[in-house]
Design a protein around this ligand. Structure first.
Ligand SMILES: Cc1cc2nc3c(=O)[nH]c(=O)nc-3n(C[C@H](O)[C@H](O)[C@H](O)COP(=O)(O)OP(=O)(O)OC[C@H]3O[C@@H](n4cnc5c(N)ncnc54)[C@H](O)[C@@H]3O)c2cc1C
Ligand SMILES: NC(=O)c1ccc[n+]([C@@H]2O[C@H](COP(=O)([O-])OP(=O)(O)OC[C@H]3O[C@@H](n4cnc5c(N)ncnc54)[C@H](OP(=O)(O)O)[C@@H]3O)[C@@H](O)[C@H]2O)c1
Length: 433
């Protein structure tokens, strides 16, 4: 069986950026056999939230390569050039392309690695491959859509599997009720509920706000309750000084802080990203409720300071017991469909790596995103997008993707050098040649 130098689990922006960096290293004479495994049948960036009029939330300059290497073939600007839209894009006068266009850019970049990515395979576990007392390789097991099991061996791993929908406790028992779904499934599922009477959207972040506006325009009869615990929707703060927390060098500052300082930084800047829609979107929602007042309509309700205490699956709909946090009282409401725009969690890599847990002392990573392991465990495992608590709020976003990919690449090369010196030897000889 071939032994890869690196297997990447997931082929979203994080691991595509890594593939790009490795490709540039290859052009410089290094040769690292990398392979990626992606569970979707083809590249797609949060496809079920690809709503009309949705835009990027970071500058296009925070693409897969620019911050690391502005001269890279894989920059967003070169993509525009290849697609013959560079001049037209300039005339748009924006830093924030549509999500449709950025998805097309990412798909264009991903298409250059079709030979080194298996689509339609979900990695289900990673096992240690031992030689004596030492773990030398990892066995990566995946399953394709025909239920066929695939196994590959690798010297190192880059886990870039994004977030997993966060389902509040009171909905867990209703997981088989298909009238309830997460924002992650929104476009795929919402078509089944055309012009139903009443839909609930739970949450107060960018996803909830986008979905509320989409439902308002999509169906002309459906009533929507937007339900959130907070007192008010707060805009994300992307003013320039605050935005410096997403600069690559801020990662050093966060990483070098104490645990207490890090968690206080996370708390202080939490609303730059989470539960924080764009101001323009908030203004659109305000306008919808204002226009309702003008025509004396009560079609939609904005239930702020409300918590879903209970959800019951009834034949006539999903019944909520809602708690009004201001008045400290309960009341009930019934919905034909419920969209949980309740965000994501990012600890599900632990389930994938569970057979390796005996080799990790803690689940901490070093500055280069490498999980710390015992001395008998030789493979390097890098986490992309699961290191917010140690590396800061930019970790789940595109902000540092290009830089992080190069930090991981350098750490990967140095780790491979210890077990397979030919990586550098080949590089040096080809540079001399
Ligand atoms: C709707 C939405 C819009 C966003 N917009 C922005 C934005 O404008 N700007 C910004 O900075 N951030 C944005 N984000 C944050 C987002 O996390 C990043 O944009 C980016 O997608 C992170 O890339 P990633 O590769 O780490 O994760 P993902 O993009 O989530 O990619 C992970 C990939 O891994 C695959 N995968 C998961 N598990 C497995 C498995 N077991 N086996 C094989 N494959 C697997 C998934 O199918 C997916 O393709 C947005 C998030 C959402 C939900
Ligand atoms: N166009 C775009 O670029 C775009 C679109 C969508 C998302 N995104 C990005 O994707 C990321 C996630 O955004 P998101 O809006 O999906 O999630 P989010 O920002 O994490 O917001 C989740 C919301 O759900 C609420 N919530 C969580 N658990 C709850 C519970 N148990 N009961 C009730 N409410 C609960 C939270 O409320 P509390 O605050 O009360 O916990 C919060 O309002 C962000 O980085 C965002 O910028 C980008």
């Amino acid at each position: 069986m071939q032994i890869y130098d690196l297997i990447g689990i997931g082929f979203g922006p994080s691991n595509i950026a890594l593939a790009v960096t490795l490709e540039e290293k290859k052009q410089a004479g290094y040769h690292i056999d990398a392979f990626f495994i992606e569970k979707q049948p083809e590249f797609a960036w949060h496809a079920n939230m690809m709503l009309d009029n949705s835009h990027m939330q970071v500058s296009f300059l925070k693409d897969l390569a620019t911050l690391r290497n502005p001269a890279s073939y894989f920059t967003f600007i070169n993509y525009l050039h290849q697609k013959k839209r560079l001049q037209d894009f300039i005339n748009l006068k924006t830093f924030f392309p549509s999500r449709h266009e950025f998805n097309d850019y990412l798909a264009w970049a991903a298409s250059h690695f079709d030979d080194s990515c298996a689509y339609g395979e979900e990695v289900i576990e990673v096992l240690p491959e031992k030689s004596g007392n030492e773990v030398m390789y990892l066995r990566v097991r995946s399953r394709d859509r025909n239920n066929t099991l695939h196994e590959r061996l690798t010297r190192s791993l880059a886990v870039g599997i994004g977030g997993k929908p966060r389902i509040p406790d009171c909905f867990l028992a209703l997981k088989d009720d298909n009238r309830i779904f997460h924002s992650n499934d929104y476009l795929r599922r919402i078509r089944e509920f055309s012009n139903v009477e009443k839909i609930a959207v739970v949450g107060g972040g960018q996803s909830a706000a986008e979905i509320f506006m989409d439902l308002h325009g999509r169906f002309n009869r459906t009533k929507v309750d937007l339900i959130m615990r907070a007192r008010s929707i707060r805009p994300s703060d992307d003013s320039p000084f605050v935005n410096e927390i997403f600069n690559a060098d801020f990662t050093d500052f966060v990483f070098n802080s104490t645990e207490q300082e890090r968690s206080s930084l996370l708390g202080e800047f939490w609303h730059t990203n989470y539960a924080a829609p764009d101001l323009v979107l908030i203004e659109q929602i305000f306008n919808v409720f204002y226009q309702q007042k003008v025509v004396d309509s009560n079609r939609h309700r904005f239930l702020r300071r409300h918590e879903v205490r209970r959800a019951d699956s009834l034949s006539q709909g999903i019944q909520f017991t809602l708690h009004n946090l201001n008045d400290d009282c309960d009341f009930s409401a019934t919905y034909d469909a419920v969209v949980l725009a309740t965000g994501y969690h990012r600890d599900h890599f632990q389930a994938l790596l569970s057979p390796l847990m005996p080799f990790f002392k803690t689940l901490s990573v070093d500055r280069n995103y490498r999980l710390s392991a015992t001395s008998q465990f030789k493979p390097a495992i890098f986490l992309q997008g699961a290191c917010e608590s140690s590396h800061g709020l930019s970790d789940t976003l595109l902000s540092v993707t290009a830089i992080r990919a190069s930090e991981i690449t350098e750490a990967l090369i140095s780790s491979l050098n210890q077990i397979k010196p030919s990586v550098t030897a080949r590089a040096v000889s080809s540079l001399i040649a």
